[in-house]
Ligand binder design. Structure first.
Ligand code: KG4
Ligand code: ZN
Length: 358
């Protein structure tokens, strides 16, 4: 079974083909970083137009990479939300057109389910598993019980972790996206213990019983720390120390929430081999990966995190989610509407200030 996947929900245009052997036959990701860099963030209108400009070429290139023809496809999966609505519509329309012309199923994929199921493409993770979905728009703890079945146990009450990386990086004068930049400059910190003492940042929600997150106070603390630095161009050492302290603090808060969630997961679900899956763009962060690996070792839990190229937004994860849904007998009508908001667990209590997509 060959599935074409299309991803256009944010600032990456991507087309991929995945088969039921878990082979990624093609996965082309075109980043729009340069188009948005001058604005320090993603501009929705620019993103939508860039998707229109490039998507058809990318689909053609992915088909060529895979050595396939449209007639060899068994379905087309496209991100149908949540995300920037203009871009989502561009990707869905292209997907629907190919599905209609080939008379094959169209699968409307929740972008978050794409991230959630990626470890089942890269590894053989069985349901149920505890899922830490940490990206630029989301920071959530969920139990993945099955295809389309998620229980949300915690979410951010304000900013997402990736947003905290991005906004803090901007305050430090680093380019967008901030996560990889913070990781890079933090690795230059010569004395992390000293850096942590020097910048004693708050750890919002740490130790709290509920499994929620909060990152906006941390971003404010970074702003205050930057304001206290000597005026003029920020020194490289200062930024390396602050980036190191910030990265440590975010990893610490995430590990604290994950630790509590794992205890609850093991108690409630009694899984034979408990698994913790880390996914989303921030899952690329080495410090966070290592911190969670150590936590899992302590708790005798199997950790999973996708390979780096599958952490950020890509169409292979959308093709795979589509494939899993199709195998479960699920597909969608061609009048399926794009959804700017689309929670993985629609029954979860709404959180005040939890962002439009939570
Ligand atoms: O999943 P993703 O590609 O897009 C969303 O769906 O949001 O995640 C993008 C986020 C950005 O905030 C980016 O700064 C962050 O992932 N990110 C990282 C790293 N690589 C990407 N954050 C920390 N460390 C990294 N190495
Ligand atoms: Zn994403």
């Amino acid at each position: 079974m060959n599935i074409l996947g299309i991803e256009t929900s944010c600032d990456e245009t991507s087309a991929a083909i995945v088969n039921d052997n878990k082979d990624i036959l093609a996965n082309i990701v075109l980043s729009q970083l340069e188009e948005h860099r001058a604005f320090g963030g993603v501009v929705p209108e620019i993103a939508a137009r860039a998707h229109i400009d490039h998507l058809h070429t990318l689909i053609k290139a992915a088909m060529d990479d895979a050595g396939l023809d449209f007639k060899d496809l068994d379905g087309v999966a496209a991100t149908a939300g949540p995300g920037l609505i203009g871009g989502v519509i561009v990707g869905m329309m292209a997907g629907k057109a190919i599905a209609a012309s080939q008379n094959i199923p169209f699968i409307a994929v929740n972008h978050l389910e794409g991230h959630a199921l990626t470890p089942r493409l890269s590894d053989n993770v069985e349901f149920p598993y505890l899922l830490l979905l940490v990206s630029g728009g989301h920071t959530q703890i969920l139990v993945a019980e099955g295809i389309g079945q998620y229980k949300r146990w915690g979410t951010t009450l304000d900013d997402a972790a990736g947003e905290c990386f991005d906004k803090s990086a901007k305050l430090m004068g680093l380019p967008y996206p901030g996560g990889p930049e913070i990781q890079k400059i933090a690795s230059l910190c010569e004395n992390p213990t000293e850096a942590l003492k020097r910048f004693n940042l708050p750890k919002p929600m740490k130790g709290r019983k509920e499994l929620d997150f909060s990152f906006s106070g941390l971003k404010t603390a970074v702003r205050l720390a930057v304001d206290k630095l000597p005026e003029g161009d920020l020194k490289r050492k200062d930024i390396a120390d602050l980036a190191c302290a910030l990265q440590y603090t975010i990893a610490d808060v995430i590990a604290d929430r994950a630790s509590r969630a794992l205890d609850r997961f093991i108690e409630e679900y009694k899984p034979q081999t408990p698994a913790l899956v880390l996914s989303g763009g921030v899952a690329a962060n080495i410090a966070i990966r290592e911190r969670l690996e150590n936590l899992c070792k302590e708790k005798q839990v199997q950790p999973y995190a996708p390979p780096l190229k599958l952490c950020g937004d890509n169409a292979a994860m959308i093709a795979w989610a589509g494939l899993e849904r199709l195998q479960a007998g699920l597909s969608d009508p061609l009048n399926f509407k794009a959804r700017p908001r689309w929670p993985l667990d629609p029954t979860a209590e709404k959180r005040h200030g939890a962002g439009v997509k939570a």
